[in-house]
Design a protein around this ligand. Structure first.
Ligand code: C2E
Ligand code: CA
Ligand code: CA
Length: 736
């Protein structure tokens, strides 16, 4: 339904006819059309409620006011000229409507307001010089009329400015065009009317041109209100082309043009009283200058602000607003240059990666923000805070407050976080450093080493740097490199075997396979040192598989000949691998060693860190292996604190009692404790094995307490395979 188009066509035809019939604009047809337009517009506005509502209604009232004036002046015989005030009213109403639209389309910045007023003042100058002054000068109007005319001229200018503003800001569709055209027609018609008025020396003359103009104004507006798109058409902004900068050249041109033209004009119109003519342009020029100065000041301030903003961004982390790595480094350097002692903290959030991986990056960001707020609160104003990247933060602070701040941070950062609508717990590890480092690199590295030590020691703590840590760190890195190279090349590793004997007969019943590593420069490294490193760098899987293969291969002959078993140590990481059971069974198949001749030794510490599900998974895996006759031993019993709980949950056969229990077994108290452990093992159908037996006295106590199996230097040290083979052969020879 193109009702708006029909209406537009019909009304335009009517207006043309009306203008033909009565050129004065006072004809009935003309008046009737005007009233119809106003009523149609009002009804359409009431029913369709286009936005912004107030703007549409204000513009409609402007049309209504002007129509009322026309009606009264035409119908009432000898109507006083004051009724023409309705024409004046249409300016503020239309301008207010346009202002509201402009404001909704694009917010006014003070720079844009200043620009608009500068342009306006410039146009005003030209209008005065070329239009108004000649008009007023020639017409000889009464001062009051002259004032009224000037007022209308100013209103016209303001309306034009607003009209342009809307025209540039709105997305131009039919409705926008209709509204803009209607207001444009109004301004033109009124300007024409004013010219006529002045020409008629202050008498109201409604010409056919004015009449048609007003009618067009009304009917375009009514058509816009009728248009199906009217609803939000005036709220849709055009894509902004961004900031247009400061039009300095334009300013200079305007500043020169106005006064220049004025002077030229005065010279040309020699008869004119220069004071009367120059006063208005002088005021306008003054206002123009003030606006320009304000605008340039504003531009300068914007530029300074922009520079500050850019400088800030270049040195700060976008997410948290903390200093970034660059600013941190330069601040640290400045701190070093003072030659005072410096204090430095490096903070790493424990388990942050898990939050990021499971809850997503927005949640991770949320958590980082909260953490950075806590950092600010705890570090105090004397500190510089930085985000070094990811979940790593740094604090430079006075050395006196260093430990206090570190402790506060460990405490605060471990409090629960609200992230993605739920509670999340993570902790922080902190490396603490103070001293007189030579370079920023040295300071950072030292704090990093302390941070590493804090992680090693179990996280959620602060560790202070000391030189021994550096040595340990260097040694650790070196060892890690050596292990990688050794696994790659398949050199440097060997198996040793330590007999497990029957304490009554000292006959060997089993051997424990113990891994040995020798560095390329010939130094043996204890497995207690290198096994944790191998676990950390992810080598234990490969290494463990090799150990198993080697131990089963070596043990096959010993088992066949002497009926002994082999015990292999298994790391927690290996156990958590779902392929572990299959691998073990495959090795047995390859080597021909029966399952009953293999014992797997696990330590409880590997399970303490696992989740409940993981523990259950490991239990199932072990149970499967037990079905093939393989036995499971729990190693180092008594050194952990939750051993008893695991004794119940895991499928076990052997309990190896740690040498700490055996050490002072000859003393009454330890002997009683040892007896209790042996009884506990029996009650759970586990065979106890005492570790680390070094003296005949200890062996005697074991015999007395009925702990039949033992292992230790008293019987044999761990031996290379050939030596062990000789050991076994010698033993057999003795008994035979
Ligand atoms: P563990 O399983 O408790 O091994 C027994 C350790 O006690 C061995 O140290 C052994 O040499 C030592 N030992 C034996 N008898 C005595 C004694 O009478 N007195 C004293 N003071 N010590 C004795 P080693 O060979 O240095 O092994 C240390 C740890 O390294 C082992 O402790 C085990 O947890 C781990 N380990 C060794 N080989 C492997 C392996 O192939 N895989 C895995 N995952 N861990 C292994
Ligand atoms: Ca062991
Ligand atoms: Ca042990």
């Amino acid at each position: 339904m193109r009702i708006w188009l029909w209406f537009l066509g019909a009304a335009a035809a009517l207006a043309a006819v009306a203008a033909l019939i009565s050129p004065s604009g006072k004809g009935v047809l003309n008046l009737a059309s005007l009233l119809v337009c106003v009523v149609v517009a009002a009804v359409a506005l009431r029913r369709r409620r286009p936005e912004p509502r107030a703007a549409w209604w204000l513009m409609c009232c402007g049309i209504a006011a002007s129509a009322t004036s026309t009606l009264l002046l035409s119908v009432v015989p000898g109507a006083p000229e004051e009724l023409g005030a309705g024409y004046l009213l249409c300016y503020p109403l239309t301008a207010a409507g346009l202002w509201l639209i402009a404001r909704r389309l694009r917010p006014w910045s003070s720079a844009r307001i200043l620009d608009a007023s500068i342009i306006l003042l410039g146009i005003a100058q030209l209008t005065w010089i070329f239009v108004l002054f000649p008009l007023l000068h020639r017409s000889g109007l009464k001062p009051l009329d002259a004032f009224g005319v000037s007022l209308i001229a100013v209103s016209d200018l303001v309306t034009i400015a607003l009209l342009l503003r809307v025209a540039f800001a709105v997305r131009r569709g039919t409705v926008a065009w209709l509204v803009l055209a209607s207001a444009g027609v109004m301004v033109c018609t009124d300007a024409f009317y004013v010219v006529k008025y002045v020409g008629g020396r202050g008498t109201v003359v409604i010409s056919s041109f004015s009449a048609v103009g007003w009618l067009t104004w009304a009917l375009l507006f009514a058509a816009a209100a009728l248009h199906p798109d009217a609803g939000h058409a005036l709220l849709r902004a055009r894509k902004s082309r961004g900031d247009y900068g400061t039009p300095i050249a334009g300013f200079i041109a305007l500043a020169v043009l106005g006064p220049g033209l004025l002077v030229a004009d005065l010279v040309l119109r020699r008869g004119v009283d220069p004071w009367r003519h120059a006063l208005v342009p002088a005021v306008l020029t003054g206002a123009l200058m003030v606006s320009m100065v304000l605008r340039l000041g504003r531009a300068l301030r914007d530029r300074v602000q922009l520079q500050q903003e850019l400088a800030f961004r270049a040195q700060h982390d976008v997410l948290t607003g903390l200093a970034n790595r660059e600013l941190f480094r330069s601040s640290l350097q400045e701190e070093l240059d003072t030659h005072r002692e410096i204090g430095l903290l490096i903070i790493d959030l424990d388990g942050f990666k898990d939050v990021n991986d499971t809850l997503g990056h927005p949640a991770g960001d949320e958590l980082l923000l909260t953490a950075s707020e806590r950092l600010r609160a705890s570090a105090g104003p004397a500190s510089l805070l930085a985000r070094l990247g990811g979940d790593e933060f740094a604090v430079i602070c006075p050395p006196e407050t260093l430990d206090e701040i570190a402790a506060a941070l460990v405490r605060e950062l471990a409090l629960p976080y609200r992230v993605a609508g739920r509670e999340q717990r993570i902790s922080a590890s902190i490396g603490v450093y103070s001293g007189h480092p030579v370079t920023t690199g040295e300071a950072l590295q030292s704090a990093d080493i302390a941070l590493y030590a804090a992680k090693e020691a179990g996280r959620n703590r602060a560790v202070r740097y000391h030189p021994a840590l550096r040595e340990a760190h260097v040694a650790h890195t070196l060892l890690a490199d050596q292990l990688r190279a050794a696994v790659e090349a398949g050199t440097g590793f060997a198996m040793h075997y330590q007999p497990v004997v029957d304490v009554h007969t000292t006959r060997v019943t089993a051997v424990e396979a113990l891994l040995r590593f020798t560095t390329p420069d010939g130094n043996p490294v204890s497995p207690a040192v290198f096994v944790p490193v191998a676990e950390e760098i992810g080598l234990i899987g490969k290494l463990g598989a090799w150990v198993l293969e080697q131990a089963c291969t070596d043990a096959k002959a010993w088992h066949d000949e002497h009926g002994i078993s082999v015990t292999v140590n298994v790391s927690g990481r290996q156990l958590r691998n779902s392929a572990f059971a299959d691998e073990v069974l495959a090795v047995l198949k390859r080597t021909g060693l029966p399952g009953a001749a293999l014992v797997l030794e696990i330590t409880e510490t590997v399970l303490v860190t696992a989740s409940l599900e993981e523990t259950a998974e490991v239990s199932r895996r072990l149970a499967r292996l037990r079905a093939f006759g393989i036995r499971i031993a729990i190693d180092d019993f008594g050194t952990g604190y939750s051993s008893l709980a695991y004794l119940r949950t895991l499928p076990l056969d052997v309990l190896k009692i740690d040498r700490a229990f055996v050490h002072r077994i000859e003393e009454q108290q330890d002997k009683a404790l040892f007896r209790a452990v042996v009884e506990l093992a029996r009650s759970m159908y586990l065979s106890p094995v005492a570790e680390g037996v070094e003296t005949p006295g200890q062996a005697a106590v074991l015999r007395e307490l009925g702990c039949g199996l033992a292992q230790g230097f008293l019987f044999a040290r761990p031996l290379p395979a050939p030596a062990l083979a000789r050991f076994l052969a010698a033993q057999t020879a003795v008994t035979v």
